[in-house]
Ligand binder design. Structure first.
Ligand code: 5GP
Ligand code: MG
Ligand code: MG
Length: 181
């Protein structure tokens, strides 16, 4: 099968992302100012670039852990059924936790993951998403911090893929198909 050709139009520049991360980190630091045990949990794989930039801007004592949940597969539609493919390495009971996600779309993924992590009795559980598509929400979920609200466009770059490609783009772009289906 020949892939349908597409181009990527820049939507959010690398510079805007970096500036927004600086602002977000100030807020996160004041929320967790007295913490001595923050675990920053990245949701694989889409958040790997975001979490890398975020933790380097955060002036707090932290540990990093990862969890992999799947809902999308390689397509462009959410499957709504969230599965845990890789769990945390460490226990979070009694600890402060910040869950880091790339995009909140229907809300099923973060709703499921934060519900699961809350059941492990962390001291505090907060979440941050780089991007939010509020128009797509199917469950009542809002991240504690959001980088940018975006319209219902399929985006790639800055860790986010289209069929595993384009994660290494330094900016967020939207996919535009150049030939009809
Ligand atoms: P939700 O469970 O909120 O519907 O979906 C969250 C997940 O869907 C995100 O973590 C991300 O992996 C994927 N997703 C949502 N919108 C997009 C998009 O525009 N592009 C890509 N590549 N993935 C998306
Ligand atoms: Mg994701
Ligand atoms: Mg994906």
């Amino acid at each position: 099968m020949v892939a349908r050709p597409y181009v990527i139009d820049e939507m959010i520049s690398a510079k805007s992302i970096a500036a927004r991360i600086e602002e977000l980190c100030k807020e996160i630091q004041s929320e967790f100012s007295e913490t001595n045990k923050l675990v920053v949990v990245g949701l694989l794989r889409g958040s790997f670039v975001f979490i890398a930039d975020l933790v380097r801007e955060l002036d707090l004592p932290i540990e990093v852990d990862f969890l992999e949940a799947s809902s999308y597969g390689d397509g462009m539609e959410s499957s709504r059924e969230v599965r845990i493919l890789k769990d945390l390495r460490g226990a979070i009971e009694g600890r402060d936790v910040l869950v880091v996600e790339d995009i909140v779309d229907t809300g099923h993924t973060l709703n499921h993951v934060t519900g699961l992590l809350k059941s492990r009795l962390p001291a505090r559980l907060k979440s941050i998403a780089l991007l939010d598509k509020p128009s797509q929400r199917e469950v009542d979920f809002k991240a504690d911090w959001t980088g940018f609200e975006i319209p219902d466009e399929f985006v790639v770059g800055y860790g986010i893929d289209f069929a595993q490609r384009n994660r290494n783009l330094p900016f967020i772009g939207k996919v535009r198909f150049t030939e009809p289906e």
